[in-house]
Design a protein around this ligand. Structure first.
Ligand SMILES: Cc1ncc(COP(=O)(O)O)c(C=O)c1O
Length: 473
């Protein structure tokens, strides 16, 4: 059977025609995203009902496919890029990042080894080294200096899991019974810490108490470590949060590092959200002692204008990472495998294949420049301060945690029901979306300012919404 396959694909002219149409479609979206209701009005199953039960046997036209973006997709989109998105943490994208992603998708290079993707590998090496300097991290984490180095992962959860897996393997290599290893994280640590420890095979996971400002209580950590040693266990891994999800609390890295080092533990820092702020030198004191950790993760896909997925994982000593992950069947051997200038990223994370994620990050860092990125972060922190002051000056409300960056946590003084009612009023307005949360049975509202298109006036509008719905003064 001799088939001509060339007619299957979009022709060059069709690719251009529909490509331009889609760029126009996205440009309109960026321009109008603030006009949408932040959350869609759909019920589970509504989108599926619009889709056929089985895949098309015959080719469909691109006109029909593109029309379905408006007909099928848009009714079910939660608009994470809406200027009124204050929920969770931001997942900020940018037009230039979308363009980088588009080109990476078209090149579809597989960066498993230097030899399969020299540009992708060396651009990733370079932008991560740039970020080491931009964030004020130890220069020994630069790949071109070492012994550390960085790699782009899908998510902070992956980075944390990997850090746990490497730590566990290092203990195994040194002959420790891995059933006795203990992982520690703050009682306010992100769920990815417990999840990562569980799937990395840790049998003992400790939740460390926090102080009144929700950072780890270093004395309580020391005591837990002591108790575990006395009962025959081996303290192995601790996570310091540089900005917890609940309140952006900072764990005391330096004090934790002393205890971790004394006990031969692996120390990981989770700066998933707050890491982006370190591009501004004035915030770096929040992660004082960072040079002492063994690994560190932060997400440009949260607050650095780079679309999901793009999470960075740095290790202080890359030889341990590579020792844990390197397996070399004959089909992966290659001519440059012993050349230190040719990084084989397959040995730096779990998957073999990998996308050219560095391209969008490279586009973002160049197109904005560090100056604009700093202005972006500082503006959000300023607007958060303004909102914090409004809350402080309002007799109906109170802060429930100190504000460190651009997350403001507050509640209604009439209690949990009044707080929940206020959340419902904000979220049902369609123009803003905040996350309700609970700490020690106290309900509160998280307002996380950081979306790409949010401006000062949107935060002022949010305050009006809060003010109007908080009841009589
Ligand atoms: C402190 C912290 N760690 C980890 C994560 C998980 O991030 P990811 O979705 O990249 O796994 C989050 C998400 O908000 C977070 O706030």
């Amino acid at each position: 059977m001799t088939e001509d396959l060339s007619n299957m694909h979009l022709t060059k002219a069709e690719f251009q025609e529909y490509g331009y149409q889609l760029v126009d479609w996205l440009a309109e979206y960026f321009d109008n995203v603030g006009q949408y209701q932040v959350l869609p009005s759909v019920e589970p199953g509504d989108i599926r009902k619009m889709l056929p039960v089985s895949a098309p046997e015959k080719a469909e036209s691109m006109d029909d496919i593109i029309a379905d973006l408006d007909r099928v997709v848009m009714p079910g989109v939660a608009h994470w890029q809406h200027p009124g998105w204050y929920a969770f943490f931001p997942s900020g994208a940018s037009p230039v990042s979308a363009l980088g992603e588009f080109v990476a998708a078209g090149l579809a290079t597989q960066g498993m080894m230097w030899s399969t993707a020299p540009s992708a590998t060396e651009i990733e090496n370079t932008v991560l080294d740039w970020l080491v300097d931009l964030l004020g991290l130890p220069s020994s984490w630069r790949i071109d200096e070492g012994p550390g180095g960085g790699v782009i992962q899908m998510s902070a959860s992956d980075s944390t899991h990997l850090s746990l897996a490497v730590a566990r393997y290092q203990f195994e290599l040194s002959g420790v019974d891995t059933n006795s290893l203990v992982a520690y994280g703050s009682s306010h640590a992100h769920s990815s810490i417990e999840k990562g420890a569980r799937i990395a095979g840790f049998k003992h996971i400790r939740s460390v108490p926090v102080t009144s400002t929700y950072g780890i209580d270093a004395d309580a950590f020391k005591q837990l470590v002591q108790e575990d040693i006395e009962s025959g266990l081996v303290p192995a891994w601790i996570c310091s949060a540089v900005g917890t999800t609940n309140t952006t609390a900072m764990d005391p890295i330096r004090a934790i590092a002393t205890i971790a080092k004394e006990n031969g533990m692996w120390h990981h820092a989770d700066a998933a959200y707050a890491g982006s702020a370190m591009i501004c030198p004035e915030f770096r004191e929040l992660q004082d002692g960072v040079e002492l950790v063994d690994s560190y993760t932060f997400n440009p896909h949260k607050w650095l204008l780079t679309n999901f997925d793009c999470s960075i994982f740095w290790v202080a000593d890359r030889s341990k990472l590579i020792e844990t992950l390197s397996i070399s069947p004959p089909y992966l051997r290659n001519k440059t495998e012993d050349n230190p200038s040719a990084v084989d990223y397959r040995d730096w994370h779990v998957p073999l294949g990998r996308r050219f994620r560095a391209l969008k990050l490279w586009f973002v860092l160049r197109s904005y420049g560090a100056e604009n990125l700093r202005t972006f972060i500082r503006s959000h922190v300023e607007w958060a301060k303004e909102l914090e002051n409004k809350v402080l000056g309002d007799s109906r409300l109170e802060l429930t945690a100190p504000r460190t960056l651009a997350l403001v946590c507050f509640r209604h003084l009439d209690g949990n029901d009044a707080t929940k009612k206020l959340v419902d009023a904000i979220n049902s307005s369609g123009s803003a979306y905040v996350t309700p949360s609970v700490t020690d049975n106290v309900s509160y509202i998280r307002v996380s300012i950081g979306s790409t298109w949010t401006e000062q006036r949107h935060v002022a509008e949010l305050w009006n919404l809060i003010d109007t719905n908080a009841g009589p003064r």
